[in-house]
Design a protein around this ligand. Structure first.
Ligand SMILES: Nc1ncnc2c1ncn2[C@@H]1O[C@H](COP(=O)(O)OP(=O)(O)OP(=O)(O)O)[C@@H](O)[C@H]1O
Ligand SMILES: [Mg+2]
Length: 499
């Protein structure tokens, strides 16, 4: 791009089927700086980024770089003009290798032959700069979700873009990884004079690297500040508005734990090397560990989604052998997955339909599903957790955080006894987070056995009774009471070298 000016959006409006989503947004990204973009779920952040990055046209308003008006016909066109975007739902191609994904659209070729060796060694070096040791010849589909997230962000940071937009780039990363990634983002902004926009619900993390902040609410700018004028409290107030005056006020009260409900002994399988766990009814057990330590894999194995090689499992005193997700549901197990796009929801079904998907049998009478009863139940649960958007339209048109709430509503509706939650507040705004914490508390009070995986240490400390640590595919079955733990101790345990 010739000009070295700021990227400016003026008076941007956007409506979907007549419903206004953005109402005249003014927004600016300056080269060499990071602009944080915040707001409640459904506020319009992703929609604004998509318009800025050429993935969707605005209805009205003007985009310009320096003095020049720009029109973007597609993301590819935007990229050619130096504008790159990492979307909330990842875009990597699952069947290609990590290296092939990193080089997508810019393959190194000589006489028409792809130079794979060169691409691979470059990619491996690039990943190691970001502290990743993942083998770049592995297909992307074999990577964990956080690994995919990192690869996608790295791919975009490595390009030649002058403006880079990152939509919730750290949702699946642990504290340490997020800090490292944001450090790189900061460096790239400064060293290459790139203008960066960061969308995130993790305020503290992002504010530590921002030069400028904007808050959207209901499709309007309700807060904007630069440099020393930035105030975290003002941002929180602007995000939660009146709708969620109770944000961050969740107080956990301990439920007296009941009998041991889940007992796992020496569970092994692909990349699980011996997991011992005991969890009780009425208890919220947290699982902590680094990315790749096996927490997600453990939950998926219990649910029959990943194969198990050996070990013993007892649920409610009876032996249990994971086989399929269907069988798991019959055994009264529910799983909220981290990767909603892949094994979470059915994109073209409505929010209501997605909620009742696993509990339809309850609404069957004389062979017929009682649709209106099922729908009413779904509606009640969705509104309890403050889901916003068009709930009878396809779920894929809901905002990211609201999709997460639909999945959670499905779990609640399932009324299972063993509830496995992988990153339950991923992409959820700070107001709705306390709603979700409250729901987890209520489920524990009902005597359910709940296991939560979260990369946010504070979240685990706030909502769990005990926390067990995973390391290199192992867990020794010892869980410490949260009251005896500090975040520092958790990290130390997770980082301890392999035995
Ligand atoms: N393709 C679409 N069709 C219909 N409505 C849409 C579409 N995309 C977004 N919307 C609606 O626009 C509004 C803003 O959504 P957007 O994804 O921009 O929110 P967001 O601020 O990114 O929220 P989150 O924090 O949950 O990711 C929401 O009400 C959403 O349902
Ligand atoms: Mg979004």
């Amino acid at each position: 791009m010739a000009s070295n000016g700021s990227y400016t959006a003026s008076g941007i409006t956007k409506a979907f089927s007549g419903v206004g989503v953005l109402h005249g947004i003014d927004f600016m990204v300056r080269p060499g700086t990071i602009h944080g973009l915040f707001g409640h779920n459904g506020a319009g952040k992703s929609t604004l980024l998509k318009i800025l990055a050429g993935a969707q046209p605005q209805d009205e308003g003007i985009l310009s770089v320096g003095p020049d008006v720009v029109t973007l016909s597609s993301p590819r066109d935007a990229l050619a003009k130096g504008i790159a975007c990492v979307y909330q739902e990842l875009r990597l191609i699952p069947n290609l290798t990590v290296a092939e994904n990193l080089f997508l659209g810019r393959e190194v070729s000589l006489h028409g032959v792809k130079r794979s060796a060169e691409m691979n060694s470059y990619s491996q070096r690039l990943l190691s700069e970001y502290g990743m040791s993942t083998d770049v010849t592995r297909p992307v589909k074999s990577l964990s979700h956080p690994e995919k997230q990192l690869v996608e962000v790295i791919a975009n940071l490595d390009g030649r873009a002058q403006f880079i937009f990152l939509d919730e780039p750290t949702t699946a990363l642990d504290g340490q990884q997020s800090a490292e990634l944001l450090g790189h983002v900061r460096r790239i902004a400064l060293e290459r004079n790139v203008g960066i926009v960061l969308v995130s619900h993790k305020l503290d993390e992002v504010l530590s690297v921002c030069d400028e902040a904007t808050v959207l609410s209901g499709g309007r700018v309700v807060y904007h500040a630069v440099g020393g004028d930035l105030s975290k409290q003002a941002i929180v107030d602007a995000i939660v508005g009146d709708a969620h005056a109770h944000a961050n006020d969740f107080k956990r009260h301990k439920t007296p734990a009941g009998e041991v409900y889940l007992r796992v002994k020496n569970l092994s399988g692909a990349r699980l090397k011996g997991v011992d766990i005991e969890a009780r009814r009425g208890e919220v057990l947290g699982l902590y560990g680094l990315v790749g330590s096996g927490r997600t894999r453990f939950l998926r194995s219990l649910y029959g989604m990943d194969p198990v090689a050996s070990g013993e499992i007892e649920i409610g005193g009876a032996p249990y052998k994971p086989s399929t997700a269907k069988a798991a549901i019959r055994s009264r197990i529910a799983l909220l997955t981290e990767e909603r796009k892949i094994d979470g929801f059915i994109p073209l079904m409505s929010a209501y339909q997605n909620v009742v998907l696993s509990s339809l049998s309850r609404y069957r009478k004389a062979g017929f599903v009682q649709v209106s009863t099922a729908r009413a139940a779904a509606r009640k649960t969705l509104s309890r957790i403050g889901t916003r958007g068009k709930l009878d339209g396809p779920i894929k048109s809901l905002s990211g955080g609201n999709q997460q709430k639909v999945l959670l509503a499905r779990i609640i509706e399932q009324n299972a006894d063993l509830i496995l939650l992988d990153e339950p507040t991923k992409g959820v705004d700070i107001g709705a987070k306390s709603d979700i914490y409250q729901i987890i508390q209520t489920l524990a009070d009902q005597g359910k056995c709940i296991i939560v995986v979260s990369s946010e240490e504070e979240e685990l400390m706030d909502i769990c009774d005990r926390i067990a640590v995973f390391q290199h595919g192992r867990c020794n079955g010892q869980a410490s009471a949260v009251s005896d733990l500090t975040v520092g101790q958790l990290r130390e345990a997770a980082w301890a070298p392999a035995a």
